[in-house]
Design a protein around this ligand. Structure first.
Ligand code: CDV
Length: 311
């Protein structure tokens, strides 16, 4: 029997700072209902899907920062999403800022969860590749303070048997790193879901605008192809507090081809039915890891972080 799965890539338009969680959750539920009408079994929401992308601001007071974090999941504001998803029999992936009391201290992560159609937790991922900087940089038109507000994720890249396949998660900047996909590829991943917030303009370097979207697609497509996996990458898009997020929600097939791309910068649902068995031809041939990988030559990848050119 074919292992098909219909996934809803639920792109969000901008969330302004004044928007409440309740307002945002209403938008998430609207997309969820559309996904149900279009037979989706899994809905993927973006990174930090409950608030504006707050690392663009330098905030000195911890209370001001913590207002963007969730202390429990679900909490009262998000519970209606969990209730509606369970009622409709749809699972979902949701990104949010997580404040956790762990090992006797308060910890903050850029987190995503995967919830099954019964409303049960499948798993959690905490973003590992945190881009940006930790200190205020006055030359930037907007900040990117993920390194200030979040700790590096401590859960690795687990994968889970869920939704009829093997599913893993990554978050935004993670998609640019081949290591992200390869770790999950080595665990047999068949579907990687990834939420993102990517500004159209790179505040730290001169980069033509059209490169931004090209680099996004290039990263997602190569991660898919080189590991024989489906990738569903979902944007927060549009003009958010004066910062244009480039959008580009998409589905990449295990062949590396883009099979669906969003056409707007607003709330938009892409529904795509994928065959999870379409991962096998790539996994069993060109990227048959057991047969072709040469680990005796890969040590430097984990022994060394930065590049060291010859003298
Ligand atoms: N939220 C992100 O991780 N954004 C980065 C930007 C800063 C480049 C990204 O990789 O899209």
């Amino acid at each position: 029997m074919a292992r098909t799965l219909t996934v809803g890539a639920a792109q969000l338009g901008p969330i302004q700072r004044s928007d409440t969680r309740k307002q945002v959750v209403r938008r998430l539920i609207e997309l969820l209902r559309e996904a149900h009408a279009r037979n989706c079994k899994l809905v993927v929401y973006p990174e930090l899907a409950l608030t504006t992308f707050f690392p663009r601001w330098m905030m000195e007071g911890q209370a001001e920062v913590d207002a963007f974090f969730e202390r429990a999941m679900p909490n009262a504001d998000v519970q209606p999403l969990f209730d509606e998803a369970r009622r409709l029999g749809i699972g979902f992936h949701l990104g949010y800022a997580e404040l956790a009391e762990q090992e006797g201290r308060t910890r903050r992560f850029n987190t995503a969860i995967l919830v099954d159609p019964n409303g049960d937790f499948v798993g959690k991922y905490r973003k590992i590749h945190l881009p940006g900087h930790a200190e205020y940089e006055p030359q930037r038109p907007f900040q990117h303070l993920e390194k200030r507000y979040f700790e590096v994720g401590d859960l690795g890249w687990p994968v889970w048997r869920a939704f009829g396949g093997i599913v893993g998660m990554c978050i935004c900047n993670d998609r640019r790193w081949p290591e992200t996909f390869r770790v999950m590829g080595l665990k047999g991943v068949e579907l990687v879901v990834c939420g993102f917030n990517t500004p159209e303009f790179n505040a730290s370097m001169v980069e033509p605008g059209h490169h931004r979207m090209m680099h996004h697609f290039l990263s997602v497509q190569s991660g898919a192809y080189q590991n024989g996996t489906w990738v569903v990458a979902v944007a927060k898009a549009g003009m958010e507090e004066g910062c244009m997020l480039h959008g580009g929600t998409c589905v990449a097939a295990p062949s590396g081809e883009l099979v669906a791309v969003a056409s707007t910068l607003g709330d938009e649902l892409l529904a795509y039915t994928m065959d999870l068995d379409a991962t096998a031809p790539i996994k069993n041939t060109i990227f048959n890891f057991a047969r072709h990988r040469r680990v005796e030559h890969y040590g430097i990848i984990v022994e060394q972080t930065g590049a060291i050119p010859p003298p």
